[in-house]
Ligand binder design. Structure first.
Ligand SMILES: N[C@@H](CCC(=O)N[C@@H](CS)C(=O)NCC(=O)O)C(=O)O
Length: 202
């Protein structure tokens, strides 16, 4: 049995859980609740020196991170559905969209960490505005032409859905009114991938 160092609130862990469900291999992975808030969690640091989750621990003890690498590994464990296009422009398109969605997530997480780990008198508004501007520009770009899929959603779509889900969870869904096409896109994704609703963060 593989182990996944996890938290139900983590959007990066959510990506992995959705991919595992889509590949039909969720029962081969045991979630191991992992604390990332304490100043140092030595057990986590031993598995990943960056002290970040998710970490997938393979049956032979090998540690795999980060979420993209884990998802790409899981994609090799069952043939269908193919979640990472193997070559060419399709692969480039998927990885670039996934990088954009991960970038939204990274900026949204930094905004949460600014408030969680720094005292209020040290919050830097200009820096927070800078992160928010990245999120807003990425969403505006995606709103012009939300990414479609043919056979079914792939890894990039999973990543975007998790980014939007995190904006709902930690940022009050403030992205929604200005992005109606993306809202409809997320509804379509959710209908196509039941694991999305099943992994709603708590
Ligand atoms: N690029 C990483 C990001 C992982 C990440 O930042 N995870 C957060 C939880 S949502 C974490 O472990 N944070 C603890 C920390 O940064 O100290 C991935 O895709 O897995």
């Amino acid at each position: 049995m593989m182990k996944l160092l996890s938290s139900p609130a983590s959007p990066y862990v959510r990506k992995v859980r959705i991919v595992a469900a889509m590949k039909g291999i969720a029962d081969r992975i045991e979630a191991q609740p992992t604390d990332t808030r304490s100043p140092i969690n030595e057990a986590l640091q031993r598995e990943n020196p960056l002290s970040k989750i998710p970490v997938l621990i393979l049956d032979d003890g090998m540690q795999v991170y980060d979420s993209r690498v884990i998802c790409e590994y899981l994609d090799t464990l069952a043939p269908e559905p193919r979640l990472f296009p193997s070559t060419g422009r399709e692969r480039l398109r998927a990885l670039t969209l996934a990088a954009l969605a991960d970038g939204i997530l990274d900026a949204a997480l930094l905004l949460v960490y600014e408030k969680r780990y720094r005292p209020e008198e040290k919050w830097v508004q200009g820096w927070m505005d800078r992160q928010q501007a990245k999120i807003d520009a990425a969403l505006d770009h995606l709103e012009k032409a939300p990414p479609d899929w043919e056979a079914g959603p792939d890894y990039a779509h999973v990543t975007l859905a998790c980014a939007l889900g995190y904006l709902d969870f930690r940022h009050g869904g403030a992205w929604r009114p200005a992005h109606p096409k993306l809202m409809a896109w997320l509804d379509r994704f959710s209908a196509a991938v039941p694991a999305y609703a099943a992994t709603r963060p708590v």
